[in-house]
Design a protein around this ligand. Structure first.
Ligand SMILES: [Zn+2]
Length: 95
């Protein structure tokens, strides 16, 4: 059985088409019976659309990583703080 948390981890790769072929069926199957994960996938789609329109320079914080973290907490049953807001860590530069 595929856990939501594992799926959440892999959705980005799945979306990018960089997920190992043998793992795709599990994700696809999971998405069929798990609306929350399907929802997460569409959020990724939205974020990626937005990012595509932005210039590929430094993102303010690591948006996707933060989304993942938030979703992970949600799936873990923790109460996500609505917005922790702070951007105190320096964004990781691509290269
Ligand atoms: Zn799920």
């Amino acid at each position: 059985m595929t856990l939501c948390r594992e799926v959440a981890e892999k959705l980005l790769l799945y979306r990018d088409g960089t997920l190992p072929e043998e793992e795709e069926p599990f994700i696809r199957e999971h998405l069929q019976y798990c609306p929350p994960c399907l929802d997460l996938l569409s959020s990724y789609e939205e974020v990626c659309e937005v990012l595509k329109r932005l210039q590929p320079v430094n993102m303010p914080c690591d948006l996707i990583a933060r989304m993942k973290e938030r979703m992970r907490r949600k799936l873990a049953g923790e109460t996500p703080s609505d917005d922790d807001g702070s951007c105190d860590e320096s964004p990781s530069s691509p290269e």
